[in-house]
Design a protein around this ligand. Sequence first.
Ligand code: SAM
Length: 273
Amino acid sequence: MDSAGGYEEYAFVADLYDWVVPYRNRPDISFFVDAATQAGSPVLEIGCGTGRVLIPSARAGLDVVGLDASSEMLAVCRQRLQQENATVQARVQLVQADMLAFDLQRKFTLITLPFRPFQHLITVEEQRSCLLSIRRHLIEGGRVILDLFNPSLEALVSRPEGQEFGDEPDFSTPDGRRVVRRHRTIAHDRFNQVTHVELIYYVTHPGGREERLVHAFPMRYLFRFEVEHLLVRCGFEVEQLYAGFDRSAYGSRYPGELIFVARKTTRAVGEAA
Ligand SMILES: C[S@@+](CC[C@H](N)C(=O)[O-])C[C@H]1O[C@@H](n2cnc3c(N)ncnc32)[C@H](O)[C@@H]1O
């Protein structure tokens, strides 16, 4: 497994990503663009992928650095950027790096992790290392937005291992491939809060050839109070916790999302004064 949740290992994921219906319809773009506009430039987006959120942020007038571990995802992002005007292009810098530990030699007003990249970090030490890197890259009073899913206890208990599920709409790519995507849980590691998942793409090519492509990766799930403790330990104060991108309060629906807005405090636990 690569360090990018399979986004580097399986090149087909970057190729298909922008056409997957739940990704295209994800209602988070204005949430992140508004937060970045409020914070002001420069903004760092971690796990920027193909630029789904990053490009609208640059279009809104923000200077954005996009960091991602996957050269494949960044290559698609670069292609998409080439279709933007020169002013938008000039606002974006892309960096291939691992969010686990990075050093960009500059600071940001806001650092965001849209659509759950943080959940590709499996251990507490990895999470802590990432949050401390984030903290070092924030100005005093700067903020981080962690976008996680709120684990559904029902799904954790009842979802069987090995069976395909999912009812997403099919999609087509511009070159005429038809794609049906399904999901599969391979194993539950309930002690370490890790689900080993597969995203399975059934592709039919224009000539009729069929392919089954599998994106397999582990996904760490985190509970609300665990994240609060982790953030405090790493030198952040939780300001907001939302259940959705409409800014509805955590607890107003179940399971909803787990979207933390946290502000850098003067010191992380154990850090010298
Ligand atoms: C679900 S995609 C989200 C992409 C984008 N943020 C979006 O909202 O469409 C997760 C992204 O996290 C990136 N990623 C996973 N692990 C990473 C790591 N350790 N360091 C940096 N990026 C990572 C992947 O390459 C992928 O682009």
